[in-house]
Design a protein around this ligand. Sequence first.
Ligand SMILES: Cc1ncc(COP(=O)(O)O)c(C=O)c1O
Ligand SMILES: N[C@@H](CCCC[NH3+])C(=O)O
Length: 437
Amino acid sequence: MYLHGTSKINDKGHLEIGGCDTVELAREFGTPLYVFDEALIRQQIQKYHEAFQKSGLKYQVAYASKAFSTVAMYKLANQEKMSLEVVSEGELHTAVKADFPRERIHFHGNNKTVSEINYGLDENIGCFVVDNYCELELLNKLAADKGKTAKILMRITPGVEAHTHEYIQTGQADSKFGFDLNNGQARTGVEKVQELNNIELLGFHAHIGSQIFDVKGFQMAADKMVNWFAQVKKDFGMPLQVLNLGGGFGIRYHKEDTPLPVGDYIAALSETIQAESKKLGLDAPEIWVEPGRSIVGEAGTTLYTIGTYKDIPGIRRYIAVDGGMTDNLRPAMYKAKYEAMVANKANETKLETVSVAGKCCESGDMLIWDVDLPAVNPGDILAVSSTGAYGYSMANNYNRIPRAAVVFVQNGQADLVVERESLNDIIKNDRIPERFL
Ligand SMILES: Cc1ncc(COP(=O)(O)O)c(C=O)c1O
Ligand SMILES: N[C@@H](CCCC[NH3+])C(=O)O
């Protein structure tokens, strides 16, 4: 397993993260346990700031909080001077509870409800990223009811196909997201904005997809978006300021993954924006990006306790852990590949190829097909790396399995940031009709 950030093997031959022995963490907090390397999260955020500062562009880096949404994480994002992208009233509520500065909150979503829009308006958030005509009209009406003007970006589908899993592509024409640039929807949207009294258009947004390793797709989208931005300024005389180019910067889950350093993505984007703006005689717009995975993904490691095993001679050995698709849906949903090590046997060199199964009632509940591990015993601790993004945030209670706890580790200190769900949490919303009593 690749050792990210502060991860290392300590004198006991155990995996250590943030100066904490993971075997001790498993004992103290139980398993499955999401462990976040706080220093690595902060370091990733700083890389974005450094790259933008180098470019000279005005910018905001918004944390795409769907990747890992908790009050502690939002506090950290604020400390590190990020903005925040939310897509639901649940995420917005988390931000409110974290006292996140409202003017730096951007509200996304292809079907925001009345209650969600009203929540955003009441909190005077920085902007709504409007996805479609229906939302434009609804937002205008709800803002008018409150005597407010809603600042917006319009989400544009630029017609760029990102090279990634089809479920996490979003920039292509056939997408549920955004106003299509090529078929005229985007232009009609701007015309509509002009007729609405309670909407102020700040600029545009595009997000082409996720877990992208190449700069080409980003550059193509940036190129199209600057041209569109300039066109709208010219044709409609609008004082636009912002171009939001989304997130999607790839990370390393597995040795097959080849992400670029964060600075390379931002440098490529900035150069495209600056060159195109110059060509068009335009002052370069303020650039916003919204990374999620690349902020928290590699900083997260999940610890499991190994339980049973099953041998199928000549085929494979399954070893089973006390979690699975309930704490990490990504292998089942995207065939995502992960790396792992046995945290209490990190120095053992005699390895065998096994497959790691979850404990849910689904054959597809496999965390890793074919990984090299030392011989294991029940009670050993398995560490799966790069689980920080879309792990906890996509966790679920299938088979009534409680959601796992989350700890942040740094300088030898472990702080619980999300408690493990209890069995009573599992049934807390159940109600018994009187006739069953
Ligand atoms: C609109 C939008 N912005 C940002 C992101 C964050 O993507 P990632 O976590 O890959 O950086 C996503 C998710 O793909 C998204 O849909
Ligand atoms: N949840 C996805 C990515 C979707 C991102 C949101 N548009 C993943 O785990 O990779």
